[in-house]
Structure formats: structure tokens, C-alpha cells
Design a binder for this molecule. Structure first.
Ligand code: ATP
Ligand code: MG
Length: 450
């Protein structure tokens, strides 16, 4: 088992010294037992929230008093301490009617979602595991604590958490738990979008996301109905050996676990089922499908209240998804000027993932130009190749001194930038200045711009 850091132990000690019984619980115990470093440490104890606030003074923050949670900052790390509780009756598949505190750890564990998340570790190092979570950890199984249907009816988000943990941990889902989720999946419609969005992000960035997407589109479809037309939709095209959803799942799994990449791949073919046409040879085509996919993606991002920055990143990736350019320095540099370094770096990753999720025949041939493009892109990045007008060795003021005014200045800089990217000009002040002067003499911009 991993060792517990000092900043966690001293919080446990403070609680124990004051006569309380602290336990580590939830994800951190699961991860400690798996030999993985926990991302954060959650604690539970019989101390009431007011008592925790009093005990830790300035280091304690009442972050969730309603649920009995106080966050204590120890060595700059936040630790959530929740008073042991059992939940009251559930009103609406989301919120327990009331929270009742208890001093029995087993009761607190019984309200938790899955057996692997319902293990406690005492200050003395004793494991409390009334639901055989350790055995499920060994087997790599996700199983509800208690009756699965009841637990999902209490809080429908647990069905999505189930898929999230399967995607992150690579665990399989126990039969009854899976059946219950299949049966009750539509209850997830009542869950707040923010909670759905948070779980989906974690799910998509999971190492084992491909398997979960392939196995459970029906459950996921309860919160993302837009995926359902892709499931089983054949492509009638020799580039593809999977249906649209099969391709999508593999493409998601083939990009690095960054949110903007995973969402882009999830979205990129959603429009295909609306676009299928056949040519005279009976081969299927999906003309214009990326634009339709982007429109469907917009709707999803709106509904789930995506953060603005993520939404913009995904839109930018989908907008250039179909761009084609040869693996040549000038072509790639101009693409970087058009879309920015980051978008083009991501574009190369999405291109390769898209290919990797197609039929294996011809894969090496399809990947070759993109691997070459990647090597050139990496070189351009290492050289700090200029991609914006502000990185040009000539400023707007200097262009103005030549005589250009108003919108002409930006247009000249942009033209110089493309010529640098095209390899026609070096990015030096003298060369750019001379070129700008020549443009001035030739009357560049004087007809079209003020
Ligand atoms: P992570 O490593 O992502 O933090 P985690 O297991 O700690 O995983 P959290 O969402 O931080 O997940 O929740 C902490 C613990 O609280 C869980 O392990 C589980 O015991 C319990 N829990 C959280 N959400 C629910 C829920 N909706 N229903 C029941 N128990 C829950
Ligand atoms: Mg946690």
C-alpha cells in the first residue's frame, strides 16, 4: 500500500487527540489499496462540523455544511472532512431529504456508491470493509453497495459514475449493477447538467474509455442521445471496417487524454447518419458530415453548459478537422498561421486517431504523410517559427511609418506573415521592411482599403 503523506496524518492526529475517530474514505482508500497515489484525501469522523471548524480554526472552511463537510487546509492541501452520516429518504433521484449524522462508520459506508469506494481506513491503519470492497478491488469489479436499482433510484448520477469509474479504472461492471443501470438509465434525465458534464469529462479522459463507449452506448445515450443514431450505423465504404459508433469509440481512445481532443473525436462523426449517400458503385459517402457534426456538437455543448474555453477549442478543432495539406514545411507553417500552433498540433493528433480507427488495410500508407507532417510541425515549434503578426520582426508602427494607414496596416502584416510562412521571406526586420516598402510603392491595399 502507498504511504499516507504527513499533511494527512497530522490532520488525523489532531482529530484523534481531541477524542474523535477519524477515517480515510472513498477514492483515496481505493487508490492506496491499488498502489496508486490518490489525487486527494477525503476523511470522515464523528466530529460534528462545528467541532471540526473549532478544532482547525483558520485552516478550516465551511465548504459544504449542509452535508456536514468542512475543508481543512493542511500543508496547502485541501482535505474534506465529512461528519459520518446516513442519508435520509430520497425525494427526486438526486437529493436526500435530510442528512442524519451517525457515529457508526459502517452506516456511513453503506450510503456510498460502489463497494470499492466504500472502504475506510482508521488512524491506526485498520481497514473497515463491510461490503467486501477489497475483494472487488482484487477482481476489478464495480458493484453497487446494496441493491443496485434502489441505489440508482436514489441518485441517478451514480449510473454515470459507474461508467466513469469503469473508464478510469478499467474495471468490469458486475451483472446486476449493469442490468440496473440499463433498466433505469432514463432517470439520468433528472440530474443537473453540471454534474453530468463533470462526470463525462472524467469518463472521456479515462484510460479505458474505448471499452466503456463500445459496451454502454445505451446508458450513455440517456445523457447524450445524439450518439444513438451512430450505433450500428454501417458505413458501406472500404475505408471503414466498423460502424460509425465503433469507429468513434476507437477514435476517442486513440487521442491523448485531453478533454478538447476526446470531445472532438466523440463529436466528429455524429452527423454521418444524416448524410449517407451511395454512388453508382454502391459505395457509401457522407459529404458535408463534419459541418453537421459540428452543429450537433454545438447543441450538446450548449445543453451541458461547457466552459467557454473548452467549447471554443472543440469548435476550432472541428472547423479544421477535414483540412488537407501535404507534409511540407510551407504548407504546415501556413496552416499554423491560419489556425494557431495549438490547434494544428491537435489537428495532427486527431488525423492520426481518425485513421487508426479505420480499416487496418492501408493504415500504414494513410498514416505516413501525417507522421511526416508531425515531424515538420515539431521542428517548426522547436524553431519558434512565427505564427502571429505579433511575432513578426516588423511592428505595426514601422509599417505605418512607410505610409500605410488604418486597416492597411493589419493587412500588410498578415501578408508578410503568410510570405514568411511560405518560405518567401525571412523573419528579419530588414527583409520585412524592404518588402513592405515594395508593397507601398506598388500601391498595395490602396484600392480596397481605407
Ligand atoms: P476521484 O479519485 O475521482 O476523486 P472518488 O471515489 O474520490 O474518485 P468522489 O467523487 O471524489 O470520487 O467521491 C468521494 C467518495 O464519496 C466516493 O468514493 C464515494 O464513496 C462517495 N460518493 C461520491 N458521490 C457519490 C454518490 N453520488 N453516491 C454515493 N456515494 C458517493
Ligand atoms: Mg475524491
Amino acid at each position: 500500500m502507498q504511504t499516507i503523506p504527513e499533511y494527512v496524518k497530522c490532520v488525523q492526529q489532531t482529530l484523534a487527540d481531541a477524542g474523535f475517530t477519524p477515517y480515510l474514505v472513498g477514492g483515496c482508500v481505493r487508490d492506496l489499496l491499488r498502489g496508486v497515489e490518490p489525487s486527494d484525501y477525503d476523511m470522515t469522523s464523528d466530529a460534528l462540523p462545528e467541532e471540526v471548524l473549532h478544532l482547525f480554526g483558520e485552516d478550516a472552511h465551511p465548504t459544504g455544511l449542509k452535508h456536514g463537510t468542512v475543508t481543512v487546509v493542511s500543508g496547502r492541501h485541501p482535505i474534506e472532512i465529512t461528519t459520518m452520516r446516513r442519508d435520509g429518504a430520497y425525494r427526486d433521484n438526486r437529493h436526500p431529504e435530510n442528512v442524519v449524522f451517525t457515529d457508526r462508520i459502517e452506516e456511513d459506508l453503506s450510503r456510498r456508491d460502489f463497494t470499492v469506494n466504500a472502504i475506510a481506513l482508521s488512524h491506526a491503519g485498520e481497514i473497515v470493509d463491510p461490503f467486501r470492497g477489497q475483494e472487488d478491488l482484487r477482481l476489478g469489479v464495480l458493484r453497487c453497495v446494496g441493491d443496485a436499482e434502489t441505489r440508482f433510484e436514489e441518485d441517478a448520477l451514480r449510473m454515470l459514475r459507474l461508467l466513469r469509474f469503469a473508464a478510469v479504472l478499467g474495471f468490469s461492471i458486475e451483472e446486476e449493477t449493469l442490468c440496473a443501470a440499463r433498466k433505469l438509465r432514463d432517470l439520468m434525465g433528472t440530474v443537473a447538467h453540471e454534474r453530468v458534464y463533470a462526470e463525462l469529462n472524467k469518463l472521456l479522459c479515462g484510460e479505458h474509455v474505448q471499452r466503456v463507449l463500445l459496451d454502454c452506448p445505451d446508458i450513455l445515450g440517456a445523457v447524450l442521445p445524439e450518439i444513438l443514431p451512430s450505433v450500428g450505423f454501417e458505413q458501406h465504404n472500404f475505408h471503414h471496417c466498423y460502424d460509425v459508433w465503433g469507429h468513434t469509440c476507437r477514435a476517442v481512445g486513440a487521442v491523448p487524454p485531453k478533454r478538447e481532443l476526446r470531445w472532438t473525436m466523440l463529436f466528429h462523426d455524429l452527423g454521418k447518419p444524416q448524410c449517407l449517400t451511395f454512388d453508382e458503385k454502391g459505395i457509401g459517402h457522407f459529404y458535408g458530415h463534419t459541418a453537421i457534426s459540428a452543429r450537433i456538437a454545438e447543441g450538446i455543448m450548449e445543453r451541458l453548459h461547457f466552459e467557454k474555453s473548452l467549447r471554443e477549442q472543440v469548435c476550432a478543432q472541428l472547423a479544421c478537422f477535414d483540412d488537407l495539406f501535404p507534409p511540407e514545411r510551407a504548407a504546415i507553417h501556413k496552416e499554423m498561421v491560419r489556425h494557431g500552433r495549438e490547434v494544428v498540433g491537435n489537428l495532427l493528433l486527431t488525423k492520426r486517431a481518425d485513421n487508426a480507427a479505420k480499416a487496418p488495410e492501408g493504415l500504414a500508407r494513410a498514416q505516413k504523410p501525417w507522421l511526416e507532417a508531425q515531424a515538420i510541425f515539431d521542428l517548426l515549434v522547436a524553431e519558434h517559427a512565427c505564427c502571429t503578426v505579433s511575432e513578426l520582426a516588423l511592428s505595426g508602427d514601422e509599417v505605418k511609418q512607410i505610409g500605410f494607414t488604418g486597416k492597411q496596416i493589419g493587412a500588410v502584416l498578415r501578408k508578410l506573415l503568410f510570405e514568411v510562412a511560405d518560405g518567401k521571406l525571412p523573419n528579419t526586420k530588414e527583409a520585412l521592411f524592404r518588402r513592405a516598402e515594395r508593397l507601398w510603392r506598388s500601391g498595395y491595399g490602396s484600392h480596397t482599403m481605407e
